[in-house]
Design a protein around this ligand. Structure first.
Ligand code: NAD
Ligand code: GLY
Length: 356
């Protein structure tokens, strides 16, 4: 078992990483909660595979367990779902010392976290991420929220979990596309913080794509360490946390323009990372060979780097609504050398140039 601590003073919490931890999660959970009354929030896919197992083990350990199942997919990430879940929390008799357990991918985690933050002004929250993306990114760091028609993650807050439980065995039931969505975020960590991750991918790509357990544990652990370190230094994204959004500026615009139907999150981020690297090349922050390395890595893992026939002016319009922007200036995370990235103001023309 690997344990990583997210250091946030009074809100610090552990991330447990192990193959099979779901089978006895109750034993660990006891140490992190004030009562045994919990609600599991999960989605219509994950519930079919893992809900019964988690409910059984928790009941065996004396927990009083209810569950709510949302329809799988980004379309559920809205305020209507939050309202329904809050009402179910009340109907199940959850009190201020009860807890919300998010069992699922980033969609479940983001919604369940917001519900935990709102219910009776905030009850305990536990993340049990089941997608690779959620295990390396969304379950750590406390960003929770839902989309509005106007844009992605517009209604949300920061609400840290009491603990994160990562079971690598659940990755076996993920489809290939979802695995790659997570790989995209791990490559992101390599580009912005740790070049050795890029070497690791280049050497071990075959084993990684086959979900070799040791490889996955290493990648998840290293990703959680990097994310925890950044979040510990800047929890509320006043400055450096924004580097975690590398690739997300164009990525979010692509997701939003295509109504979250064409790309999964990690695919849109992969395209965004490539174009952001092209802007960095034009500014001479990186050289041609590093751009090619980034592109090759994304392509050889099976991720897209092309935005197809979407209107580039529409992409720029989408980018203007990005949450990082300040006083009309477009903020962009750009790689600056190997394993390093910074935040810059950039001009609309620079984006249009690379989208050409
Ligand atoms: P997701 O939650 O939609 O899960 C993807 C699909 O995989 C779903 O159909 C789900 O039912 C299925 N699934 C989940 N676990 C499974 C398993 N073990 N076996 C089989 N199927 C499984 O998508 P995601 O990629 O996990 O998360 C994307 C969301 O996360 C987006 O809404 C994004 O905005 C958000 N996000 C949040 C943060 C954050 O810091 N809060 C960071 C990154 C992304
Ligand atoms: N996924 C970006 C962040 O958590 O800040």
């Amino acid at each position: 078992m690997e344990i990583i601590n997210v250091n946030l003073k009074n809100y610090s919490y552990p991330i447990y990483i192990s193959n099979g931890i779901l089978a006895n999660i109750g034993q660990y959970l006891k140490n992190h909660l004030r009562s045994r009354r919990v609600i599991i929030v999960t989605d219509s896919n994950v519930s079919n595979i893992y809900l019964q197992k988690v409910e059984n083990t928790l009941s065996k350990d004396g927990f009083v367990v209810n569950h709510s199942v949302i329809k799988a997919g980004e379309e559920s990430k809205n305020l209507d779902t939050v309202k329904r879940l809050l009402e179910e929390c009340f109907a199940f008799g959850l009190l201020r010392d009860s807890a919300v357990l998010a069992l699922g991918g980033g969609v479940v985690g983001d919604i369940a976290g917001l519900v935990a933050a709102l219910y009776m002004r905030g009850i305990d929250f536990i993340q049990i991420p089941t997608t690779l993306l959620a295990q390396v990114d969304s379950s750590v760091g406390g960003k929770v929220g839902v989309n509005l028609d106007e844009g992605k993650n517009i209604a949300g807050t920061f609400y840290q979990p009491k603990a994160v439980f990562i079971d690598t065995s659940v990755l076996k039931t993920l489809n290939r596309r979802e695995v790659l969505g997570g790989i995209s975020e791990i490559i992101k960590y390599g580009i912005i913080k740790d070049e050795s991750l890029l070497d690791f991918f280049e050497i071990n790509m075959g084993k990684i794509l086959n979900l070799d357990d040791d490889m996955m544990k290493y990648l998840i652990k290293r990703s959680c360490e990097i994310k925890s370190d950044v979040v510990s230094k800047d929890e509320k994204e006043n400055n450096i946390r924004a580097v975690l959004n590398y690739g997300h500026t164009i990525g979010h615009a692509l997701e939003s323009i295509t109504q979250y139907k064409k790309y999964i999150h990690g695919e849109a981020v992969a395209i965004g990372m490539y174009y952001a690297a092209k802007i960095a090349l034009n500014r001479r922050y990186i050289d041609e060979s590093y751009l090619l390395r980034i592109k090759n890595l994304l392509v050889s893992s099976g991720l897209p780097v092309d935005y197809g026939n979407i209107d580039k002016y529409e992409i720029v319009e989408g980018i203007k609504h990005d949450k990082k922007n300040r006083e009309g200036k477009i903020k962009f995370v750009l790689p600056v050398g190997h394993g390093n990235a910074e935040i810059f103001d950039i001009l609309e023309e620079e984006i249009l140039n690379v989208l050409n």
